[in-house]
Design a protein around this ligand. Structure first.
Ligand code: FES
Length: 109
């Protein structure tokens, strides 16, 4: 009987829009809480030791439905609030798992 290999976690990159300039339609993620969302997500990623890299970006082109997050190469999450942070961290953990190599994802943090 062969033992099934353990599922390897895959490092995942997510981008959070932190744009603070209002677009032509008068909305932007940075003025609707995305900076605090990014801060909390980074803290949660560190605390849980997740295999996730979070990058801050200026505008994902979905200003009307922000605050926005995007999995690089994957789906968006729209209309985020601080209440969504625990659910997002659970989702990150399910997708990417733990950072088993204990890499320092946020060297300055
Ligand atoms: S300001 Fe966030 S998507 Fe444009």
């Amino acid at each position: 009987m062969t033992k099934k290999p353990a599922k390897k976690s895959r490092r995942t990159t997510v981008v959070v829009c932190v744009n603070r300039m209002r677009g032509p339609r008068g909305k932007c993620c940075g003025q609707n809480g995305s900076l605090k969302i990014a801060d909390r997500l980074e803290a949660g990623i560190r605390e849980r030791g997740l295999n996730v890299e979070l990058e801050r970006i200026v505008c994902l082109g979905k200003c009307d439905v922000g605050p926005n997050l995007k999995f690089v190469g994957g789906e968006f999450r729209h209309e985020l609030s601080l209440d969504d942070v625990p659910r997002l961290l659970d989702e990150f953990e399910k997708i990417a798992g733990k950072n088993e190599k204990k890499e320092l994802l946020y060297p300055g943090a």
